[in-house]
Design a protein around this ligand. Sequence first.
Ligand SMILES: Cc1ncc(COP(=O)(O)O)c(C=O)c1O
Length: 385
Amino acid sequence: MRRTYFDNNATTPLLPEVFAAMQPALLESFGNASSIHQQGQAARAAVEQAREHVAALVGARESEIVFTSGGTEGDNLALFGLLAPGDHVITSTIEHHAVLYSCKRLEELGVEVSYIGCDRNGTVRLDELRAALRPQTRLISVMMANNETGALQPVEEIGAIAREADLWFHTDAVQAAGKVAIDVERIGCDLLTIAAHKMHGPQGVGALYVRRGTLLRPLFYGGRHERSRRAGTENLAGIVGFGKAAELAMEWIDSGGAAGMARLRDRLEQGIIAAVPGARVNGAAAPRVPNTSNIVFDGIEGEGFVIAMDLKGISVSTGAACSSGAVEPSHVLTAMGLNGDEARASIRFSLGKQNTAEEVEQLLAVVPEVVHKLREMSPAWAGKQ
Ligand SMILES: Cc1ncc(COP(=O)(O)O)c(C=O)c1O
C-alpha cells in the first residue's frame, strides 16, 4: 500500500538534497570540528557554512546561532539559561510541553511563572500579557506558531512590549521556521528556537538564536564548543543537513512556496467541511502557518480516527497525549474553550513540501467514510441524532 503522510508537524521527511548533503559529512569529512588537522578543518568549514544558512533563515548573525539537539533543548537552554530563583517569567497556556514543563520545573526552583490564555481562535491575549507584567519579570516566552492549530502569535507586538519593559523575549519558532519568513529584528526577540526536523532536515538537531550580548548560562559543561554556550562535539552530519534544509526553506519561502501549500490546505479544509456534516476548523479565523489544519468531528474519538486512517495508509494525528493509559484532551484546544469531548474529537492534518494535490484528494476520498463509521459506533453520537 502506498502511504501518505499528513503528520508533518510531528516530523517531516528528509528532502533528497538534504540527504545528499549529509552523506559526505558521514563518510568523508567526518572529522571532529575541534581538531586542527585536515579532517577537522573540513568538518569546521561544513559546520560554519551550515551556520550561515541557519542564521540567514532567521535574519541573525552567524555568531548568534547556537546549535542544539533540537527544539526541546533550545527551549530549555533559553529558559534555564536566563532565569534564576526570584525571577518572574510570563508564558502562555498554549506553549509546547518543552516550554510548559520547563516552566513547571522552574517554579519548583523558585521562579514565578504567569500563564496567559488565548482567545477562541488560539491567539494569545495581549491584554493578559500586559496585566501580568511585574517589577520582577525578566522574560516573556511565547511561541511563534502553535504546533496543534498552526495559529501564528502576535510576536512583533510582544517584542515591542518586551522592549518597552526592558525584558528578554524568547519565542519558540519550531513550527514557524521553514513555513513563514522569520526576522529576529522585526520580531524583536532575544532568543528564538528552531528544529531541523520540522523543515525537512534531520531529527536531533536544532538551533537557538541568542541575541548578541544576552548572557546565557549553559545547560552542559565541558568543552568550549558553540562559544561556550553548548559543550559537546557538534552533530556534524545533522548540522550539515540542517544547513541545507535551511537554505532550501529560504528558497522555497522566497519563491512563494507557502501560497501553494496554503491552497492545498484550503482545499483539504473545504473538501472536509463540504463532505462531513458538523466538521469545524479549530482556530480558522486566526492567521496561520500554511500547512496546518485542526478539525473537530463531533461524535468521534480522535485515536480511533487516527487508527482507522492508518489502516487506509494515511498518517494523521490527534493533539491529545496519552498519559498513564488515559487520553488527556489537548491543553491547547481546551485553552481555546473546546470541551473535553470536542478536544478529543479533533484531528490535526499537517502538510509538508512532499504532499501533492492528488494526496489531498486521496485523503478527501476516505475521511467522510471513516467519520461516518466511527459515528455509527459512537453511543454519544447516536444520542445526539
Ligand atoms: C512548538 C514546538 N516546540 C518544541 C518542539 C520540540 O522539538 P524537538 O522535537 O525537536 O525537541 C516541538 C516538537 O513538536 C514543537 O512543535
